[in-house]
Design a protein around this ligand. Structure first.
Ligand SMILES: Nc1ncnc2c1ncn2[C@@H]1O[C@H](COP(=O)(O)OP(=O)(O)OP(=O)(O)O)[C@@H](O)[C@H]1O
Length: 206
């Protein structure tokens, strides 16, 4: 075997000192072939994206299109105590529950965030988020600006929580300009992709 075909001589780090990925890389390099075709970097964490903004800016339009163009996202269906309107579908538009049921969901701490809007309760069920995150889905939540501020506080990890006082509520601003829905949705997709490619990923604990 000529020198050119021989795997390069690689210094193997000390087992006690090196982390597992470092050790695998060194062993693979010295053998000249990988142990497995699986990447060493784990899959990115499922991601929670909160879409918020004043009424009429196009939140629903952006979410509707995002669902059409992107796989692997789950749009959380809000629970509400208001009456179902004609044409609305339970489990699709909202989960319709009685006021008593809603209050017991609050007591059982089953809601990530809730609000009383014109006498009716609206809230985000935690179980749905847990279930879909466990399956690897990214989660999309749609809330008003007040809800976004609450979620930012809840979803930020404890290290970030200390800084939150100095941060503005939002991480990104997408301007949904008149007639530019496609580019708005593309920008939202880029935000998701960039966040998932981060070395230090956010990890929401629900
Ligand atoms: N980029 C855009 N260009 C033109 N029209 C748009 C654009 N985005 C949304 N719209 C239209 O603007 C209207 C309001 O949008 P949408 O209902 O999605 O807003 P929203 O933020 O969800 O509002 P609300 O909070 O009141 O429910 C809809 O008729 C929608 O089709």
């Amino acid at each position: 075997m000529s020198d050119a075909r021989r795997p390069p001589v690689v210094k193997i780090p000390r087992v006690e000192a090196a982390d597992r990925a470092e050790l695998y890389r060194a062993l693979e390099a010295s053998l000249g072939s990988p142990f497995s075709s699986n990447p060493l970097v784990p899959n990115p964490n499922p991601f929670i994206i909160v879409i918020s903004g004043p009424s009429g800016v196009g939140k629903d339009a952006v979410i509707k299109r995002l669902r059409e163009v992107r796989e692997g996202i789950h749009f959380v269906v809000t629970a509400t105590s208001r009456e179902k309107r004609p044409g609305e579908v339970d489990g699709e538009d909202y989960y319709f529950v009685s006021k008593e049921e809603f209050l017991s969901m609050i007591l059982r701490n089953e809601l990530l965030e809730y609000a009383l809007v014109y006498g009716d309760y609206k809230g985000i069920p935690k179980q749905q988020i847990r279930e879909y995150m466990a399956k690897g889905y990214d989660i999309v939540l749609r809330v008003d600006i007040q809800g976004a501020a609450t979620l930012k506080r809840i979803l930020s990890n404890s290290a970030a929580r200390e800084e939150v006082k100095h941060l503005r509520v939002f991480d990104y601003v997408v301007v949904n300009s008149e007639g530019k829905l496609e580019s708005s949705v593309k920008l939202v997709e880029s935000v998701i992709d960039a966040e998932k490619a981060k070395v230090w990923q956010r990890k929401a604990v629900i």
